[in-house]
Ligand binder design. Structure first.
Ligand SMILES: Nc1nc2c(c(=O)[nH]1)N[C@H]1C(S)=C(S)[C@@H](COP(=O)(O)OP(=O)(O)OC[C@H]3O[C@@H](n4cnc5c(=O)[nH]c(N)nc54)[C@H](O)[C@@H]3O)O[C@H]1N2
Ligand SMILES: Nc1nc2c(c(=O)[nH]1)N[C@H]1C(S)=C(S)[C@@H](COP(=O)(O)OP(=O)(O)OC[C@H]3O[C@@H](n4cnc5c(=O)[nH]c(N)nc54)[C@H](O)[C@@H]3O)O[C@H]1N2
Ligand SMILES: [Mo]
Length: 912
C-alpha cells in the first residue's frame, strides 16, 4: 500500500502507516516504550516524559507518543540518555508521591511503581514541598486520593473526550495544579455520571473503586470476562475476584462493543448479586403464606396445577412470560416448554412493552425488525437523528459514541419533548409535543420532497409504494405540523435539510475520511415505540430512511436501540405468541412441522395472547394459570391497579425471579433463579451481536440457573428434552434457527457474531439490507397523524410522559438493591416546568399528588426546564411512587404495545 513506509527502531526495520506515531509503530513491532500519560483511546498528552526516545539528527529527546513516524528516521528507545531522562521523570514524580506502596490499593498494578522498579529508582532523591491531600470518600463509587495523582491527565481526557461529562479538570497552575471538580465540590454536585472511566484509566492509586479498598492485592485476583446484565448495549465486563468474592468490575478492553467503557450500572451496580434477600430456596404458598419448600415439591406443585388447569379449561387458559434478562438458551427453553409441554402459544415478554412496534413496523417496511447497522457506525455518521431516545441515560455507552461524533463535526438532530443531555450536542433540537411524532416526521419528509432532496436513485432501485406515499405527505407542510407538534415550521425545515445532507458546512472530511455528506443515521427508542400509534411512528421513520437512501450502507440506517440485555435474543428465540425461533410463524404449517419433528410433539398453530391481553384475559376468566420468569408486571405494566387485581384473582401463579418482586408477592409458587453473572449461555445485544456469557459466581443457596429449572420442569411434566447444558441447548436452537445456524458456543468463544450468520463459514452480518431488503424491496407506507389515545382536558390538564433515569433499571429490583446506585438516586420525582409549578404554587422539592383517570400517587417534585409547560415526566423505577398507577393501557392496534409515553394527569400540592 502506498501509505506504508519503513523507519528504523532500535536497529530494526519497522513498517508503519501514515498517521502513526513512533510509539504506535514501536508497539506494532512489539517494542515496548514506557508511558504514563498515554492511553490508546485518547489524544496524546505528552506530559509525563517517560516515552521519550532519541531520534538521529534531533538535538533533544522527543516524546514518542506525539512524534509522527516518518519514512527513514532512526529511533532509539533505550540507551543511557533516554534512561536517564526517564529516571529523572520518575524521580520527580516520586518526590511528591506518598511512599506507601505497601498499603496502597494499586500495589502491584501501579504503573508508577512498575517504572520505578524497572528503572531502579529506589528512593525519593528530591526533597521538597509535598501535597498531602486528604482522601476524598464523598461519593459512593470510588475513592479519590490526589496526593497520589501524577497529573497524567488520563482521567480528565476520559471524562471530556470519551464520556463527554466534563466533571473534572485541571485546576490551578504550577505546584498547586491538581485534578478537581469545579470549585472542589463533591462529584454528586457536578456533571459526573459515575461511569468510572477515570478510575479504570488512572495509572496510580489516586482513583480506586470503593469495593476494592482493603480487599487484597492485584496479583491475588482472578478475572472472568462476561457481558453486562443491564441494558441492550451488551458491554463486555471483566469481573475481578478474590477467593470467590467480587472485588471490582472494569470495562473489557477487548470487547468490540464497548472497548473498555461502561456506565455506572455496569461498573458499580453489581452488588445486588450478593444481597442477603436474594431468593435462595423455592417457596410454596401454604395457609396463605409463602414458605420454603424442596425443589421436588415446588416443581410438583407447579406441574400438577398447570396441567390440571390446562386439562380442565384447555391449554389456552395458561399463559407464560419469558424474560429479556435471561439468556437465549433460557428463552428458547421457555418457549419450548410453553408450546411443547403446555400446548399453547400464549407466550410473550417485555419486548411487548418496548419494541413490539419496531418488530411489527420494520417487518412491514423491510421484512425484518432489528437495528440495521452496528453501534460503531454512529461514530462516523455525518448526521444522526436521535428521536425518542434518551441515549445518555438509557444506553450511555452508545451516547459516548454519538457525542464524540458530534464533537468531530457530525450534525446531531435531537427530537424529544424533554431537554435531554444530548441536546447540549445538537445542532437542532425539536421539542415536539408527546405523541405527535408522525406529524413531525411527515413534515420533515414533506420538506425533503418539496426541496428536491430525496434520493431518487435509491427510491427507484430499492423500494416500492413511493407514489402513494409521496401524495400522502404533500399536505404535511411544516406550517401544518407546527400547531400539532409545537415545533416552529422553520426548525422543521432546517432539520430536514440537515438530515438530507443539504447543510454541507460543518464537515471535516480530512479528520473523518469515511464521511459522505449524504449519509444519516436514525436512532430511536421508547419515545417512538411506546405509543398507541407506535407502529405508525416506526413506519414513518422507515419512510424517512428510504426517502433519503439511508439503508444498506455504513454510517446510516434505522437503529432502534433495544432495551434489556437480551431482549433482541428473547425475540429471536421465539418468546413471542406468533413466532417460533427465528421469526418462523406458528401458523405456517411447513415451518411448524420442522419443530414438531425436532421435538416430537404436535404444536399449537393459533397465535397466542400478548402481555396486556393476557392480563385482561385473567380478568375475564380466560387465563387461569400463569408462569412468569424474570419479569415484574406488577410494576412494569401500564395501569397497575388493574394488573394487581388480575394477579390477585388468578387461580395459580408461578414466579421465577432472583428477588421477591412485587409480582412474586402474589405467587403461589416462587422459584429462585440465577442472575446473569451466575450462569453461562449467550445474550444478543441491540446490534444483533451474539455474545457468550460466563459464570462469575455460583447461584446463592439452592437457587438454580433458569435453564436448569426449565429442563427440570419439563422432566417433572414427563417430557425429557434430552439436553444437559447451555451449549447443548444452543446447538439445538441453532439447528432450527436459520439466522443463528452458523454459530456455535465454540465459535462465539473466539469472537461475537452478528446475525444473520447462516453457515459456519459465514462471518456474520453487521449491516442489514445491503443488496436487497429481507422482503425484497423496501415498502413505503402511508401513515397519517392521529392524536394519542388520551389528551389533556380541563380535568386532567397536563401530559404525563414516563421513562428512565441513568441510575436505575426498570422496576428497581436490582438497581435499588445496589448501594451505590441507590445512594445516587434514592427517590422518585416528577419533573415540572417552572411556569407550571408557579401556577400550581408548588416549589422544588415539595410533595405533590399526581392523578390520572386510573389512580393517583404522591411524589416529590423537581422544578426544571427539562420539560415544557404542558408536560410532566416521572421515572417508573420507584414502587412507592409508581408511574404505572397513572399510565394508560391503550394499545397500538398492530403491535399491542401500550401508550406509556402519553396520558393526561392533574398535579396538586399534597395535603399535610
Ligand atoms: N438506566 C437505564 N437504562 C436503561 C433502562 C432502564 O430502566 N434504566 N431500560 C432499558 C430498556 S428495556 C429500554 S427499552 C431502553 C429505553 O431507553 P429510552 O427509550 O431512551 O428511555 P425512555 O426514558 O423510556 O424514553 C426515551 C425518551 O423518549 C422521550 N419521549 C417521551 N415522549 C415522547 C414522544 O411522544 N415522542 C418522542 N419522540 N419522544 C418522547 C422522553 O423524553 C425520553 O427522553 O433503556 C434501556 N436502558
Ligand atoms: N411507565 C412505564 N412503564 C414501562 C416503561 C416505560 O417507559 N414507562 N417501559 C417498559 C419497558 S421498555 C420494559 S422493557 C418493561 C420492563 O419490565 P420488566 O421486564 O417487567 O421489568 P424488570 O424490572 O426488568 O423485571 C425483570 C425481573 O427479572 C428479575 N431478574 C433479573 N435477572 C434475572 C434472571 O437472570 N433470572 C430470573 N428468573 N429473573 C431475573 C428481576 O429481579 C425483575 O423482577 O417495562 C415497561 N414499563
Ligand atoms: Mo424495554
Amino acid at each position: 500500500m502506498t501509505d506504508e513506509f519503513t523507519l528504523i527502531i532500535d536497529g530494526r526495520e519497522v513498517i508503519a502507516r501514515r498517521g502513526m506515531t513512533v510509539m504506535q509503530a514501536a508497539d506494532s513491532a512489539g517494542i515496548r516504550i514506557p508511558r504514563l500519560c498515554y492511553h490508546p483511546q485518547l489524544e496524546p498528552f505528552a506530559g509525563c516524559r517517560l516515552c521519550v526516545v532519541e531520534v538521529e539528527g534531533m538535538k533533544t529527546l522527543a516524546a514518542s507518543c506525539a512524534l509522527p513516524a516518518a519514512p527513514g528516521i532512526i529511533v532509539r528507545t533505550d540507551g543511557e540518555r533516554v534512561t536517564a531522562a526517564r529516571r529523572l521523570a520518575v524521580e520527580l514524580l516520586l518526590s511528591d508521591h506518598p511512599a506507601d506502596c505497601l498499603t496502597c490499593e494499586k500495589c502491584g498494578r501501579c504503573e508508577l511503581q512498575q517504572y520505578a522498579y524497572e528503572l531502579g529508582v529506589r528512593e525519593q532523591p528530591f526533597v521538597g514541598e509535598r501535597h498531602y491531600d486528604a482522601l476524598d470518600d464523598t461519593n459512593p463509587c470510588f475513592l479519590r486520593e490526589y496526593a497520589k495523582c501524577i497529573l497524567c491527565g488520563r482521567c480528565v481526557s476520559m471524562c471530556h473526550d470519551i464520556v463527554g461529562a466534563g466533571a473534572i479538570d485541571f485546576a490551578h497552575r504550577g505546584f498547586t495544579c491538581r485534578v478537581a471538580s469545579p470549585f472542589g465540590r463533591p462529584l454528586q454536585e457536578t456533571t459526573c455520571v459515575f461511569c468510572g472511566q477515570c478510575v479504570q484509566a488512572c495509572p496510580t492509586g489516586a482513583l480506586v473503586e470503593r469495593s476494592r479498598a482493603g480487599k487484597g492485592r492485584e496479583w491475588e485476583f482472578s478475572t472472568v470476562r462476561t457481558i453486562c446484565g443491564y441494558c441492550g448495549v451488551g458491554c463486555g465486563l471483566t469481573f475481578y475476584l478474590n477467593h470467590g468474592e467480587i472485588i471490582k468490575v472494569e470495562g473489557d478492553e477487548n470487547n468490540p462493543v464497548n472497548r473498555g467503557r461502561t456506565c455506572v450500572k455496569g461498573r458499580f451496580g453489581w452488588d445486588f448479586l450478593t444481597r442477603p434477600d436474594r431468593l435462595t430456596s423455592p417457596l410454596v404458598r401454604k395457609d396463605g403464606e409463602l414458605a420454603p419448600a424442596t425443589w421436588d415439591e415446588a416443581l410438583q406443585v407447579v406441574v400438577s396445577n398447570l396441567s390440571r388447569i390446562g386439562s380442565e379449561h384447555g391449554p389456552d387458559s395458561l399463559a407464560f412470560l419469558a424474560s429479556a434478562k435471561c439468556t437465549n438458551e433460557e428463552n428458547y427453553l421457555m418457549q419450548r416448554l410453553t408450546r411443547q409441554v403446555f400446548a399453547t402459544n400464549n407466550i410473550d415478554h417485555c419486548a411487548r412493552l418496548c419494541h413490539a412496534s419496531t418488530v411489527a413496523g420494520l417487518a412491514l417496511a423491510f421484512g425484518s425488525g432489528a437495528m440495521t447497522n452496528p453501534i460503531a457506525d454512529l461514530r462516523r455518521a455525518p448526521c444522526i437523528l436521535v428521536i425518542g431516545s434518551n441515549t445518555s441515560e438509557g444506553h450511555p455507552v452508545i451516547a459516548y459514541e454519538i457525542k464524540q461524533a458530534a464533537r468531530d463535526g457530525a450534525t446531531l438532530i435531537v427530537a424529544d419533548p424533554r431537554r435531554i443531555d444530548l441536546c447540549d450536542y445538537a445542532a437542532h433540537w425539536l421539542r415536539q409535543r408527546p405523541g405527535s411524532d408522525v406529524a413531525l416526521v411527515n413534515a420533515l419528509m414533506n420538506v425533503i420532497l418539496s426541496e428536491g432532496l430525496a434520493d431518487e436513485a435509491f427510491i427507484a432501485a430499492r423500494t416500492e409504494g413511493f407514489d402513494d406515499f409521496r401524495s400522502s405527505v404533500t399536505e404535511c407542510t411544516p406550517e401544518w405540523a407546527e400547531p400539532i407538534t409545537g415545533v416552529p415550521a422553520e426548525d422543521i425545515r432546517s432539520a430536514a435539510r440537515a438530515f438530507a445532507g443539504a447543510d454541507a458546512t460543518l464537515r471535516s472530511s480530512e479528520a473523518t475520511p469515511l464521511r459522505s455528506t449524504r449519509r444519516a443515521a436514525i436512532v430511536y427508542a421508547m419515545g417512538i415505540t411506546q405509543s398507541s400509534h407506535g407502529t405508525d411512528n416506526v413506519l414513518a421513520l422507515a419512510n424517512l430512511a428510504m426517502l433519503t437512501g439511508n439503508l444498506g450502507k455504513p454510517n446510516a440506517g434505522v437503529n432502534p436501540l433495544r432495551g434489556q440485555n437480551n431482549v433482541q435474543g428473547a425475540c429471536d428465540m421465539g418468546a413471542l405468541p406468533n413466532v417460533l425461533p427465528g421469526y418462523q410463524r406458528v401458523d405456517d404449517d411447513a415451518l411448524r412441522r420442522k419443530f414438531e419433528q425436532a421435538w416430537g410433539n404436535e404444536l399449537p398453530s393459533q397465535p397466542g395472547l400478548t402481555v396486556v391481553e393476557m392480563m385482561n384475559a385473567v380478568e375475564s376468566g380466560q387465563i387461569r394459570g400463569m408462569y412468569i420468569m424474570g419479569e415484574n408486571p406488577a410494576l412494569s405494566d401500564p395501569d397497575i391497579c388493574h394488573v394487581r387485581k388480575a394477579l390477585e384473582e388468578i387461580e395459580f401463579l408461578v414466579v421465577q425471579d432472583i428477588f421477591l418482586s412485587e409480582t412474586a408477592a402474589y405467587a403461589d409458587v416462587v422459584l429462585p433463579g440465577a442472575a446473569f453473572a451466575e450462569k453461562g449461555g449467550t445474550f444478543t445485544n441491540t446490534e444483533r451481536r451474539v455474545q457468550l456469557v460466563r459464570r462469575v459466581l455460583s447461584p446463592p443457596g439452592e437457587a438454580r440457573e433458569d435453564w436448569r429449572i426449565l429442563l427440570d420442569m419439563a422432566r417433572t411434566a414427563g417430557q425429557d428434552f434430552g439436553l444437559d447444558s447451555e451449549s447443548a441447548v444452543f446447538d439445538e436452537m441453532a439447528a432450527l434457527t436459520p439466522s443463528y445456524a452458523g454459530m456455535s458456543p465454540a465459535r462465539l468463544d473466539q469472537a461475537p457474531l452478528h446475525w444473520p450468520c447462516p453457515s459456519p463459514d459465514h462471518a456474520g452480518t453487521p449491516i442489514l439490507h445491503t443488496e436487497r431488503f429481507t422482503r425484497g424491496k423496501g415498502l413505503f407506507h402511508v401513515v397519517s397523524y392521529r392524536p394519542p389515545a388520551e389528551e389533556p382536558d380541563a380535568e386532567y390538564p397536563l401530559i404525563l410522559t414516563t421513562g428512565r433515569i441513568l441510575y436505575h433499571f426498570h422496576t428497581g429490583t436490582v438497581s435499588r438493591r445496589s448501594a451505590s446506585l441507590d445512594s445516587l438516586a434514592p427517590e422518585g420525582y416528577v419533573e415540572i416546568n417552572p411556569a407550571t409549578a408557579a401556577a400550581l404554587a408548588v416549589a422544588d422539592g415539595e410533595r405533590v399528588r399526581v392523578s390520572s383517570r386510573r389512580g393517583q400517587i404522591e411524589i416529590r417534585c423537581r422544578v426544571t426546564e427539562r420539560v415544557g409547560r404542558e408536560v410532566v415526566f416521572i421515572p417508573f423505577h420507584f414502587a412507592e411512587s409508581a408511574a404505572n398507577v397513572l399510565t394508560n393501557a391503550a394499545l397500538d392496534p398492530q403491535a399491542k404495545i401500550p401508550e406509556f409515553k402519553v396520558c393526561a394527569v392533574r398535579v396538586e400540592k399534597a395535603q399535610g
